[in-house]
Design a protein around this ligand. Structure first.
Ligand code: SAH
Length: 216
């Protein structure tokens, strides 16, 4: 049936649990989502490798460990409504949909949004809504969100995203230069926003009104 199940188990053992991801729900989500089915068929054999994979339109999907780490940092609870900025392949959205009640995912390239939306629907996800647009502005129609995750690199924290975060909400985002960022975890308590920095990472740029300029 799923000939990649064994590869997925190896990925969990060596790259995810083996590197310190402990949250059982995150491990279970990574075990459940057939990552290869969200990638082009020519890349299926690379789907469970310990490296980023190209997904078209010059974009890449992060290595599995980074997806797991960001998801663990996000601390998603079952009733949460989540905004996922940078749909790409749709893999991160699928992981979130395993953990949350509702996921809104926004992507600036219409072809990527379209392909991810079709694949996620064919995998049976009914709680993921994919939108095309500039995610640096969030997605106001469904705001506020209990959790927001950004999987592209931003020069600074987009104000629009902070304003769409619910009270007691949390946001995880890579912030830094075009070539090196740190994961930042933002927490909102009323009008108080605090953040902590986590590990260094390298993401493709978040391009938009409150991110990088396309010509930078
Ligand atoms: N989370 C994705 C990988 C993200 S790669 C996955 O699981 O496959 C980063 C994605 O962010 C790319 O697809 C890129 O096109 C998108 N992106 C960049 N700037 C954006 C913006 N302003 N709004 C929405 N998506 C954006």
């Amino acid at each position: 049936m799923d000939s990649y199940k064994a590869e997925r188990e190896r990925m969990i053992e060596h790259q995810i649990a083996g590197r310190g991801i402990k949250n059982k729900d995150v491990l279970e989500a990574m075990r459940s989502v057939p990552r290869h089915l969200l990638l082009p068929k020519s890349d299926w054999d690379y789907a469970y490798g310990d490296f980023p994979v190209r997904i078209g339109s010059g974009q890449t999907i992060s290595q599995p460990f980074i997806v797991a780490l960001m998801t663990e940092l996000l601390d998603v609870r079952p009733a949460d409504r989540v905004l996922d900025v940078g749909t790409g392949s749709g893999y991160q959205a699928a992981i979130l949909a395993e953990l949350a009640s509702e996921v809104h995912s926004i992507e600036r390239y219409p072809d990527l949004a379209d392909s991810a939306s079709k694949k996620l629907a064919s995998l049976g996800y009914t709680n993921i809504h994919v939108h095309t647009g500039d995610g640096t502005l969030g997605y106001p129609p469904a705001a506020p969100y209990d959790r927001i995750i950004v999987t592209a690199a931003s020069p600074s924290i987009p104000e629009a995203l902070l304003s769409q975060l619910a009270n007691e909400g949390r946001l995880v985002i890579p912030v830094g230069s075009r070539h090196l960022q740190h994961l930042e975890v933002w927490n909102r308590k009323g009008d108080d926003f605090r953040h902590e920095s986590s590990i260094p990472v390298v993401f493709v740029p978040l391009i938009g009104e409150q991110g990088w300029d396309a010509n930078d």
